[in-house]
Design a protein around this ligand. Structure first.
Ligand code: RNT
Ligand code: ZN
Length: 424
């Protein structure tokens, strides 16, 4: 290891030890935390089953940075490249439309075998897999309704898709020896103010109960449900609102998924974890960065990311929290986006692990808010970067921005040649 990385690390260790922080223990903990990398950052949420279908569901990708993955193999290559630049062992989060098959298969006919190549790859790479049924970019989702559809035939189609997805997830969990988190997100909602808010929610509730009616061993599959405030074209009413899924998840023992971009602009998910996890066994996070709306920008080291990490560490909630990423920026290198967002998420967790939590708690209890603010602020410039560099080096991944050269070289060698001449 580079001597200067080692020296800075030893110096940092000394500073943290003065506040009773065991840096080595913090790194041991960090190593255990898995982040689920969302496959859909790699190809602007297109998938492989319905490639010609435009992205729907009220979500949007802007930008047309060259070289996005066009095939399952390319997507795996890109993920491997990204993962080689990120310390730790993680998971990959698949959507149903990313099935790797030559068959013409509709969403309600999907089976584990259509994902077998993903499973084999994940096993080879030592990765876990998570899953999402895809309730958008499909002819049967064109009018904006799926599981809450008033037409029973359409609703049944989506129910079958939900059931098929859980079987696929169960297979992932069994094959890979770690649970697959299956997250249900549907776009259903109205652009304008509806007359009847209740009936679609009744139908959604019934659909979900039907989908979840088969018990699946939680060693293999963990169900999660994701709420949302609004989407493009569902500005006035979203069927699966936060209150809906809070009620649903708590009464059915399902993990509630909190996406950082799915609330009012000044509302933060960091402030919800300590409440939800008092009543719910588990949560799923979609770590994202909303800019003025649910824009799904790449996660940066901002206050909210740090606050999420602090909540998980301070409340000892890591063991009950599944951390997934959810952003898609088509305007920058797709692999760099993964690397930046994931490294930031891990780095934020490290920063949280390097805070004098016990000391700060005691100060707070004593009512000394002056010291609380002073110490918390001083800790913002403690040398966590030196510990991070050491961690990257010890995990065999590039230190600091050295990873960027690797991505640039990959862009030259692999991504550019993917572009068809008429696209350049
Ligand atoms: C949409 C949700 C959902 C999607 C993915 C693609 O607003 O955040 O999680 O981003 O399913
Ligand atoms: Zn999400």
């Amino acid at each position: 290891m580079d001597a200067s990385v080692m020296n800075s690390y030893n110096e940092a260790k000394r500073l943290y030890a003065a506040h009773g922080i065991d840096v080595e223990k913090a790194l041991e903990k960090l190593k255990e935390i898995k982040i689920s990398l969302h496959c859909w950052q790699g190809d602007d949420v297109r998938g492989f089953l319905f490639k010609d279908k435009e992205l729907s569901g009220g979500i949007a990708v802007t930008g047309s940075y060259p070289g996005r993955a066009e095939t399952p193999q390319q997507l795996r290559d890109d993920l491997e490249k990204a993962l080689s630049l990120i310390p730790g062992k993680h998971k990959v989060n698949l959507h149903a439309i990313y099935a790797d098959t030559d068959e013409q298969v509709d969403l309600d006919e999907l089976e584990p075998r259509h994902f077998q190549r993903w499973v084999e790859w994940a096993r080879e790479q030592g990765l876990g897999l998570d899953f999402n049924p895809t309730y958008f970019s499909h002819p049967k989702a064109e009018d904006g309704f799926t599981l809450s559809h008033a037409d029973d035939e359409i609703r049944q189609f989506w129910i079958r898709h939900g059931k098929a997805s859980r079987k696929i997830a169960e297979h992932f969990g069994r094959e890979l020896g770690q649970p697959c988190v299956t997250n249900v997100w549907i776009p259903d909602g109205y652009k304008d103010v509806p007359v009847d808010r209740l009936s679609p929610r009744e139908r959604l509730k019934a659909s979900l109960d039907e989908i979840f009616s088969e018990a699946i061993d939680s060693r293999y599959n963990i169900d999660a449900v994701e709420s949302k405030l609004f989407g493009l074209g569902s500005e006035s009413y979203v069927v699966g609102s936060h209150e809906f899924y809070m009620g649903y998840g708590l009464t059915r023992g399902k993990a509630i998924c909190l996406d950082a971009g799915h609330f009012h602009p000044t509302e933060v998910i960091s402030n919800k974890l300590s409440s939800i996890l008092l009543f719910s066994e588990q949560v799923l996070l979609h770590v994202s960065r909303p800019v003025r709306w649910d824009s799904d920008h790449v996660v940066t080291m901002d206050d909210e990311l740090l606050e999420i990490a602090r909540e998980l560490v301070r409340g000892n909630l890591l063991g009950r929290t599944h951390i997934g990423l959810d952003f898609f920026d088509g305007s920058i290198n797709h692999i760099a986006a993964w690397v930046i967002g994931t490294r930031n998420t891990i780095k934020a967790l490290l920063r949280a692990l390097l805070e004098p939590v016990e000391e700060l708690k005691a100060i707070e209890l004593a009512g000394d808010y002056t010291s609380r603010l002073a110490l918390a602020e001083e800790f913002k410039s403690y040398p966590f970067g030196a510990v991070w560099d050491y961690y990257c080096a010890s995990q065999g991944v590039p230190v600091r921005e050295q990873w960027l050269d690797v991505v640039k070289a990959y862009e030259q060698d692999v991504l550019w040649p993917r572009e068809k001449p008429n696209k350049i």
